[in-house]
Write a protein that binds this ligand. Structure first.
Ligand code: PGA
Length: 276
């Protein structure tokens, strides 16, 4: 596992966007070769999306041959509700870039049959050739997507009842009224994300530092579902200084010493544009 430690959440956003840019451009997608990208919602990836839009406007990246699969969606929230993940994705990314709406896949939390909706989502990922890069965030309780503590580490896309902690954390988006937060969501499973060829997890803020410690310094444990990615052959975690508060100094020093190696991961050949 790689851990890239950067000074601030802004640097995390920039680094992550540059990484996505480089991965897509190096892949050189075309009509017969789509790049399949897994995407999260939440506060953490907003800065990355802003940067990607900026790169797109500068002509550095096209999403014409990119297919996306989002991690999750609330159950029963209208698609045009400002807190739905459909709304979030269109407003924070898709409407600003050249992606074909047909290539966007977001779970439908209003489907008549939610189980069938989840099965179709998994099938669609398979039909698209599997996810090349899955980008995710984590909750302070170590969840990835809506895989709450205790979720199976081999779980697939399914309906989940949200933990009280998550309902409380998300109440801020629903007039601070926990009763307005949808109680269920559709979410990819840990196993779904594990199948991606590469996973990039963004972690910022002191409130995520205990989860990062559990993800990196302790064993794989279903109570901290993000820890499953210790067993993924290609996981890269990008965090800011604040998120390292619970890590050992030794761990932080070790990963920081690798910065020169990590820096090369986002530098395009002969391009100053991609310097962090
Ligand atoms: P956040 O959410 O980016 O808004 O902190 C992440 C998550 O809960 O998965």
């Amino acid at each position: 596992m790689r851990l890239v430690i950067l000074d601030s959440s802004d640097k995390v956003a920039e680094w992550a966007a540059k990484y996505v840019l480089k991965r897509i451009n190096d892949f050189n997608p075309g009509p017969d070769k789509y790049f399949v990208l897994g995407l999260p919602t939440g506060g953490t990836p907003l800065g990355m999306y802003k940067k990607l839009i900026e790169f797109h406007k500068k002509g550095l990246i096209s999403f014409k041959y990119v297919k996306t699969f989002n991690m999750d969606e609330y159950v029963g929230l209208p698609r045009d509700h400002p807190e739905s993940y459909h709304y979030y994705m269109w407003n924070n990314l898709f409407k600003h870039i050249d992606i074909d709406p047909q290539n966007v896949h977001i779970l439908n939390g209003n489907a008549k049959n939610l189980e069938v909706e989840c099965e179709l989502f998994e099938e669609n990922i398979k039909k698209s050739g599997g996810v090349e890069l899955f980008v995710g965030g984590i909750g302070p309780d170590g969840h990835i997507a809506f895989n709450e503590p205790g979720s199976s580490l081999v779980s697939r896309t399914r309906v989940k009842t949200l933990a009280q902690d998550t309902l409380e954390a998300n109440a801020r988006f629903f007039d601070n009224d926990v009763s307005k937060v949808p109680k269920q969501a559709l979410t990819v499973g840990v196993g779904t994300v594990m199948d991606a060829r590469e996973v990039m997890v963004l972690i910022t803020g002191a409130h995520k530092s205990f989860a990062l410690y559990k993800a990196i310094e302790e064993g794989v444990n279903h109570m901290w579902t993000v820890s499953a990615f210790q067993q993924h052959p290609r996981t890269i975690m990008i965090c800011d200084e604040d998120a390292t508060l619970e890590l050992r100094v030794k761990t932080v020093k070790y990963f920081k010493a690798l910065y020169a190696v990590h820096k090369k991961l986002i530098v395009g050949e002969g391009s100053q544009q991609n310097e962090p």
